[in-house]
Design a protein around this ligand. Structure first.
Ligand code: ADP
Ligand code: MG
Length: 564
């Protein structure tokens, strides 16, 4: 029907629009970047679907984005001839926030404008950024392959409702038309729009076209000609030579592929030739996405084959413990019709995964070595995920171990800054083991009675309080030839650190308290495995320890909590 229908936004969208208009206002020109990014994604999707179904191209194969403005009507239009939207797509994608992590995002809003602005920047708002500058947004779209009469017209003033109606559209794809708010007329300028496009969208691999302009002396203003020109470089960024790409371009490309509004922390860009041929441009973000801990959340990088977009979130291209990495991998070997199932089996994919893993580990090593502050940022965002690598990636265990950071009795704070190499460099004369204690909180670990003798002897102990730690320790058994040992397990052997005199004294004391030990054993019968004299305590009279071969207490607690 031609009738138009009015529908309400999902509650979160209303809330977000309101917040966003205020908090992102100082950076309002990003609306254009977001619209161009979506237009490019839409073309990528069409190119991919057309591999199996060339009819979708409707005879017009050249994909491009057009940006235009109309001073009289006060509109800016971004058009693409990509995949387009059906009525259902428009309702689902332009009226809701379908991203995972949305709930988490809203739960973290505080009402403090500055803090919330930062959070919004991290979350990213995509299409809705249009409403920062537009009082009305109109979307005209026709899904590729649908008849001209089955196009959709979506319109909203961003105040909680949108209307949707069926309409005619001769060409496939989407026009997004912004009617500018009062006071935003600066954007009605070819010069200004070109500047924004070059700044934020130069990396887009499709041509972005605008009408040429020339100075009209009679009218005393710039006038638009009918002829168009391409205003970006229009080549896939990752195919360009490294020295022809600026840091700014690398950063903007990251925002496009990751949908993150913030800059990346670091990146690595390489073309690999040989047994398997591919280009990789991989980024480490600055902060964790809202769904890092959601097992069903998006992860992985974008896969291209010979510059054709194949899929988002190709998780097979990296191991799970590197799921924070974003970027693109463009393979020259995989078939264009590759599916997720094929990816799982492919030898080429295995080669890519191994190669990319090594690149990321090198990148992290470089950060740890040369950009310590950035490494600390990385560690606090993703350290717990990287620890999973100790169990997941036996091949690279040693490299991962070097990248780990811990809290320890040496620094005495809960900040995880101590590497195993740092620890080893501070080991005492005669010490041949790396000692650690695990606990649920930093306070419990730092106040553990097990630490007393270590403090007395000035021996450093790592304080491990992350959930993954005990699991990690079952894989990470030694470092640099030194065993990792819990201070809470079994009888404590301080190796060469106890001197002869001390040993003799201890033997005498042990002999003299034997009757007491026997009485305790009887009293505690059935409740403990053994009662022993210990010299590991300094101030505390007694403590409970796990047997050498028992699970750590923390792990026991976790298993119990999980009903095991
Ligand atoms: P994101 O790009 O992160 O998915 P956006 O808010 O930018 O989020 O866009 C929301 C969704 O709207 C997109 O995922 C897509 O499905 C749809 N969409 C937006 N713009 C276009 C377009 N030009 N062509 C087709 N679909 C689009
Ligand atoms: Mg987008």
């Amino acid at each position: 029907t031609a009738a138009s229908e009015t529908l309400g936004f999902q509650a979160e969208v209303k809330q977000l629009l309101h917040l966003m208009i205020h908090s992102l206002y100082s950076n309002k020109e990003i609306f254009l970047r977001e619209l161009v990014s979506n237009a490019s994604d839409a073309c990528d999707k069409l190119r991919f679907e057309a591999i199996d179904n060339p009819a979708l191209l409707e005879g017009g194969g050249e994909l491009a984005i057009h940006v235009s403005y109309d001073k009289a009507a006060r509109t800016i239009t971004v058009s693409d001839n990509g995949i387009g939207l059906t009525r259902e797509d428009a309702i689902a994608n332009l009226g809701t926030i379908a991203r995972s992590g949305t709930r988490e995002f809203f739960s973290r809003l505080t009402g403090d404008q500055q803090a919330d602005a930062q959070l919004i920047g991290q979350f990213g708002v995509g299409f809705y950024a249009s409403f920062i500058v537009a009082s009305k947004v109109t979307v005209l779209s026709r899904r590729a392959g649908a008849p001209a009469g089955e196009a959709v017209r979506w319109e909203s003033s961003g105040d909680g409702e949108f209307t949707i109606a069926q309409t005619e559209k001769a060409t496939r794809g989407t026009d997004v038309i912004l009617t500018l708010r009062e006071g935003e007329d600066d954007f009605l300028s070819g010069w200004r729009l070109r500047e924004i496009l070059r700044r934020y969208s130069d990396h887009i691999s499709l041509p972005i076209r605008m009408k040429k302009e020339e100075w009209d002396a009679d009218k005393g203003e710039q006038v638009q000609r009918d002829e168009e020109e391409t205003v970006n470089q229009a080549s896939a960024l990752w195919t360009r030579a490294k020295n022809e790409i600026t840091d700014e371009q690398y950063r903007e490309f990251y925002k496009h592929v990751s949908h993150d509004f913030d800059d990346p922390l670091a990146w690595t860009h390489n073309r690999v030739e040989g047994r398997s041929e591919y280009t990789q441009l991989l980024y480490v973000p600055k902060h964790a996405p809202f769904d890092l801990w959601d097992r069903n959340g998006k992860r992985g990088v974008k896969l291209y084959v010979k510059r054709v977009f194949i899929m988002d979130d190709a998780e097979q291209l990296l191991p799970a413990y590197l799921r924070f990495v974003r970027g693109v991998i463009d393979s020259a070997d995989l078939p264009l019709n590759v599916s997720r199932e094929i990816l799982q089996e492919s030898r080429d994919v295995r080669a890519i995964r191994e190669g990319s893993t090594k690149r990321i580990l090198s990148l992290l090593e470089d950060l740890a070595e040369n950009r310590k502050d950035d490494y600390a940022t990385f560690w606090s965002a993703f350290g717990q995920v990287l620890k999973e690598g100790t169990g997941e990636d036996a091949t690279n265990l040693e490299r991962i171990a070097k990248l780990l950071r811990f809290a320890s009795t040496h620094t005495g704070t809960d900040e995880q800054t101590v590497s195993l190499a740092d620890y080893v460099s501070r080991m005492k004369e005669g010490q041949d083991k790396i000692y650690y204690v695990t606990a649920e909180t930093f306070a419990t670990a730092a106040n553990s009675p097990h630490l007393e003798v270590f403090r007395k002897k000035g021996v450093e102990v790592l304080l491990l309080t992350d959930r993954v730690d005990e699991w990690m320790l079952s894989y990470l058994r030694e470092f640099d030839g030194k065993q990792l040992v819990s201070v809470a397990k079994g009888s404590l052997d301080l190796g060469g650190m106890a001197d002869e005199q001390e040993k003799k004294q201890q033997a005498e004391v042990a002999e003299s308290v034997k009757p007491l030990v026997e009485r305790l054993k009887t009293a505690l019968e059935g409740r403990v495995k053994d009662v022993r004299v210990t010299f590991r305590l300094v101030d505390s009279p007694a403590c409970v320890v796990a047997d050498e071969h028992d699970l750590g207490q923390n792990l026991q607690r976790l298993l119990k909590a999980a009903g095991q």
